[in-house]
Design a binder for this molecule. Structure first.
Ligand code: NAD
Length: 484
């Protein structure tokens, strides 16, 4: 027992963890018996098809040569191209990219994105490296992938992940274009690009917004909310978020802006902040941009050890930083009613079991953060068709709606208010299309998981998501007659 002033040292969650790949395999093994598939077929689906491991030289800012380690794992070739993010992290290793690539395969199935799963990693610290070093590393990594046929619009298509963003994707596209100038669909070699380099409106916020849509859909299910002692809907829910990067920021911002949820805590690398009355997420982001830290945000209290925030009381805890944040070490102290896995692998297999026993509902990563690959799919389609979705529709819809407004005015004898007229007759923008399709994909994905959970009477939503995805992947092999 610990007494005040004599606390037991708190272990870092990562000190008592189940390795990420082992967790993913354990989740797969828990779901596999519920699929009724033959062991050989299950093994084919479970294991990673190919991994490229490379070391390459990059000049640092002092003119010295550093040897950088990189990986690209293609988990499943049942659909091509393969697709998955590229992360920059000093902790990247082969098992980690295989685990992430595996999740990508199942994620794509859940939102009907016709890709196999892949993932890349480069072992550099994105927070300690200069822009020049990152650019040289990204370009060289792209060239290395191309040499071995591990990148291309119909082969394998990277996207942003931890430590990378639009700029890195732009460098990849530009390098690919320079080395493959005669390729018809150059820009479809990577997604998450800047708009000027044939990116798509809505990709930047896609993963976080998808997280919000997923949570919203889940909180509409009366059986789930009742069991958790919550009221339906996002409004008024108290939420703590770990990580204010691309996914965490947009998830928190969407929950606050669109759902009227209350963000009470934000945890970052430098520490955490807490305000039971709610934090203005955008203002926190601006504060961090201005001062370099989320700490000392007006009206909030600082939390020195940000991992401690994960254990505070709230309705929804959203880990949106890295894997293995909730382990057997801290799972018994989690007080959230629900954990929404915006990051990949934030809850390890041992923790998942503890949370299940404690009645804490987990919305699993392989479903919840699939918004990114969903919109990446739309970007890839746009790049291979060389036309934006709105181009062929907006003009027509605008004219058709104008005719309806005119008919209405004639019928009523009253002019429609100009602002209302504009809202009705403006055709949909690219962002309108993307957000609507993202929302529909996340809703459909949730109901695939939810139905499977109920129909097969499975212990949790993660097992249901794995079960559904494994079954769908198996059909490719079964239809080819490869496995009995
Ligand atoms: P990011 O680099 O934009 O942001 C990550 C944030 O987490 C950073 O602000 C970083 O400072 C913070 N962080 C790192 N360690 C932390 C710690 N110990 N405690 C608190 N904060 C910490 O990365 P991202 O793209 O937002 O990715 C985050 C997670 O979401 C990853 O697991 C990634 O695989 C997953 N994901 C990302 C996408 C995408 O589209 N970017 C899609 C699906 C899944």
């Amino acid at each position: 027992m610990s007494t005040p002033g004599n606390e037991e040292p708190r272990l870092s969650p990562r000190r008592k963890r189940t390795p990420f790949l082992k967790s993913v395999h354990r989740y797969f093994d828990e779901a596999a018996p519920h699929t009724g598939l033959a062991p050989g077929l299950l093994r084919q689906i479970k294991h990673c098809n190919s991994v490229y491991r490379v070391r390459f030289p990059v000049e640092d800012d002092e003119g010295n040569i550093r040897v950088v380690r990189g990986y690209r794992a293609e988990h499943s070739h049942h659909r091509l191209p393969t697709k998955g993010g590229l992360r920059f992290s000093p902790e990247v290793n082969q098992d980690e990219v295989i685990a992430l690539a595996s999740l990508m395969t199942y994620k794509c199935v859940l939102v009907s994105a016709p890709f196999g799963g892949a993932k890349g990693g480069v072992c550099i610290d994105p927070h300690q490296s200069s822009d020049g070093f990152k650019e040289r590393t990204t370009r060289r990594y792209t060239a290395e992938l191309l040499k071995k046929n591990f990148i291309g619009p119909s082969i394998d298509v990277p996207a942003p992940d931890y430590g990378t963003g639009e700029r890195e994707m732009g460098w990849i596209a530009d390098t690919f274009k320079a080395l493959k100038p005669d390729h018809m669909h150059t820009y479809a070699c990577v997604t998450g690009k800047p708009l000027a380099l044939h990116g798509i409106e809505g990709r930047r916020e896609a993963t976080g917004l998808g997280v919000y849509y997923g949570i919203k859909e889940c909180l509409e299910c009366t059986d789930i909310v009742k069991a958790l002692g919550l009221t339906p809907g996002v409004a008024g829910k108290r939420v703590i978020v770990q990580g204010l990067g691309n996914v965490g920021f947009h998830a928190a911002d969407s929950i606050q802006r669109h759902g009227d949820g209350i963000i009470t805590g934000i945890a970052e690398r430098e520490g955490g902040i807490f305000n039971p009355d709610g934090l203005d997420v955008d203002a926190v982001f601006q504060h961090r941009t201005g001062t370099g830290s989320i700490l000392d945000f007006p009206g909030a209290t600082n939390v020195v050890n940000s991992a401690e925030l994960l254990e505070r009381e709230c309705d929804i805890l959203i880990p949106a930083a890295l894997e293995e944040q909730i382990t057997a070490e801290n799972a018994p102290r989690i007080q959230a009613k629900m954990i929404a896995e915006a990051a990949n692998g934030p809850v390890d297999a041992a923790a998942a079991q503890i949370l299940r026993e404690r009645g804490i509902r987990v919305l699993p990563d392989l479903y919840l953060n699939a918004g990114g690959v969903t919109v990446s799919y739309f970007e890839w389609l746009k790049n291979i068709s060389h036309v934006g979705f709105e181009r062929m529709v907006t003009g027509y819809e605008s004219q058709a709606n104008s005719r309806i407004v005119e008919a209405l005015e004639q019928l009523t004898g009253k002019p429609v208010d100009p602002a209302q007229r504009k809202a009705i007759t403006d055709g949909p923008s690219e962002r309108d299309f993307v957000h609507a399709a993202l929302r529909a994909s996340m809703q459909e994905g949730f109901h695939r998981v939810y139905r499977t959970w109920h129909e097969k009477k499975l212990p949790d939503l993660r097992t249901a998501a794995f079960c559904y995805a494994i079954d769908r992947v198996s059909r490719t092999y079964l239809d080819l007659g490869i496995f009995p």
